[in-house]
Design a protein around this ligand. Structure first.
Ligand SMILES: [Cu+2]
Length: 152
């Protein structure tokens, strides 16, 4: 239990400097309750790329009732990526795919349907640096596009 909590906090420390003071202070109280958190209930901020214990880069994007990905851009290093898209919309169904023929290399995994309140994760491996455009194919006319950059 203790170890698990410590590990969780360790990851939080990596996630953002702002959290550090809060987390360290909370350490002494020992009641195990976590303070109310802004934004996503767990994990790092949207669009922040972290590396999981299994070595896979992880990043989470969000969609809403508007027609944007939040954030619409993020950067990963060559290697395996686990991408989660959370649709917090109340009305709007979206999807996620890498725009066909838009990037330096094809990335096939996609999320064909992401209904309101739903969250889905895909995994893929990138090796060629460059910019990989992605989209919600339902809403390309409303400009629901983004770009994943693979660093060199
Ligand atoms: Cu959409």
């Amino acid at each position: 239990m203790r170890g698990q909590e410590r590990a969780r906090r360790g990851r939080a420390l990596l996630a953002g400097g702002v959290l550090v003071a809060t987390v360290l202070t909370g350490c002494g109280s020992g009641d195990g309750r976590s303070a109310p958190q802004a934004a996503p209930s767990s994990g790092p901020a949207l669009g922040t790329v972290t590396t999981a214990p299994d070595g896979v880069q992880e990043v989470t994007l969000q969609t809403q009732d508007d027609y944007v990905f939040s954030p619409a851009t993020f950067t990963v290093a060559p290697g395996p990526v686990r991408l989660t898209v959370v649709n917090v919309a109340e009305q709007m169904t979206h999807n996620f795919r890498f725009t066909p023929d838009a990037g330096p290399a094809p990335i096939d995994p996609e999320i064909p349907l992401l209904t309101p309140g739903e969250s889905r994760t895909i995994e893929f491996t990138v090796s060629t640096p460059g910019e990989y455009g992605f989209e919600c194919s339902f809403h390309t006319q409303l400009d629901q596009y983004g770009v994943m950059t693979v660093s060199g």
